[in-house]
Design a protein around this ligand. Structure first.
Ligand code: FNR
Length: 380
């Protein structure tokens, strides 16, 4: 399938995925106000149109953490993305590599670090959730280091999972045991293409990285319970020392939404931060990223690398994030939906759409390079 816009992939994913999986990818927490605000506030940002400047040569490339990228975009971590398509994280990593941008593998991915490394020759970023078992974390970080992940994304906005009512309603987390399983199988049977391609041929369905902790029973429902019991809610800034002790490369803290926390991250020696509210899946009612970003950019200007995610649905949105102060932007649902709809090809196409849409936005704001996008690109 060839989508005209990234939004089209959401509808295609709705048709392709079993209901509980679509709801898992699409949903946010509580009344989903922050989820909606991420998208709407970003789209409300007006750019300043400039004309009659020579924009015949536009360069989207940039450098983040000493890595040369084709554009200032990365695929952000999405847990269980591997359930969207057969061995999905491998497909997404390959798509990102083909388009010259980083892929970030979640701690709670379906495919393990080793499987993605085998399937994708280009190094990818790794995202860390702090679980209680520090020995396990240490081993995981060692593995990520051994397969040459260049950047560690340390997510800090999930001391415990937010309340996602859609997951309860859909049967993903609401109905335990056999009843829940029967509901999910029933939903999967209405999506025969997914059922055959992912449900049957895409096995094993487990969390590749945390399978050793989960043991042989590691279905979806075990995973959600495990997350509640094993994520470490006692983590503080002091624990950054543990991460630093076991990770020599750049550390990027994901889930910063307040200028004071941004300062603390810089003081604590983080190499970068990702301004994020977890795509509106954690604390509903916190500001959208588009609203939070400018004050954070002012607060930490030049002290660390500033990335952002939340609500990016086009290349135009990427340019808006850069105009608000980000140096790079992570895609979330945008790539997960394309993966569900059309696998590796869909994710590549999303990146092609972003590329083409960024070029138009840059041409009409008179910015021929990424570093020329900034506060001056915003309409008064
Ligand atoms: C996420 N996100 C996320 N973040 C993270 O650090 N580790 C993870 O495992 C996940 N898992 C995850 C699953 C799903 C289904 C979604 C939608 C999101 C958050 C993600 O990295 C990113 O912050 C948001 O997705 C950005 O918002 P948009 O652009 O998707 O609206």
């Amino acid at each position: 399938m060839r989508a005209a816009s990234i939004g089209d992939y959401r509808e295609a994913a709705r048709r392709r995925l079993p209901h509980f999986l679509f709801e898992y990818f699409d949903g946010g927490s509580y009344a989903e106000r922050t989820l909606r605000a991420n998208i709407e506030d970003l789209q409300d940002i007006a750019l300043r149109q400039r004309v009659l400047t020579d924009v015949s040569a536009i360069d989207l490339s940039t450098t983040l953490f000493d890595q040369k990228l084709a554009m200032p975009v990365a695929l952000g971590p999405i847990g269980l993305a591997g359930m969207a398509a057969r061995r999905g994280e491998v497909q997404a990593a390959r798509a990102a590599a083909a388009r010259g941008v980083p892929f970030t593998l979640s701690t709670v991915s379906a495919c393990s670090l080793a499987e993605v490394a085998r399937g994708c020759p280009t190094p990818f970023w790794f995202q860390l959730y702090m679980v209680r078992d520090r020995g396990f974390l240490h081993a995981l970080l060692e593995e990520a280091h051994e397969i040459a992940c260049p950047v560690l994304v340390f997510t800090v906005d999930m001391p415990l999972p937010g309340a996602r009512y859609r997951d309860v309603r859909s049967g993903l987390s609401g109905a335990a045991g056999l009843r829940g399983q029967a509901r999910r199988i029933g939903q999967a049977m209405t999506r025969p293409r997914w059922a055959w391609d992912v449900g049957i041929r895409g096995r094993p369905h487990q969390l590749g990285n945390v399978a050793p902790l989960l043991g042989p029973r590691s279905g979806l429902e075990d995973f959600l319970g495990w997350m509640k019991d094993n994520f470490d809610a006692s983590v503080t800034w002091a624990d950054l020392d543990f991460v630093r002790a076991h990770w020599k490369g750049p550390i990027v803290i994901k889930g910063i939404l307040d200028p004071d926390d941004a300062h603390r991250a810089a003081d604590a020696g983080a190499d970068g931060i990702i301004v994020s509210n977890h795509g509106g899946r954690q604390l509903d009612g916190v500001p959208s990223v588009a609203r939070a970003l400018p004050a954070i950019a002012d607060a930490v200007a030049g002290r660390l690398t500033l990335l952002a995610d939340g609500g990016v649905r086009s290349g135009l949105d990427v340019v808006r994030m850069l105009a608000l102060g980000a140096q790079g932007v992570l895609l979330g649902r945008a790539w997960a939906f394309a993966l569900a709809a059309d696998g590796e090809r869909g994710v590549q196409h999303v990146l092609d759409l972003i590329d083409a849409e960024m070029r138009v936005a840059m041409a009409l704001t008179g910015a021929t390079t990424v570093d020329r996008i900034g506060a001056g690109s915003l309409a008064a």
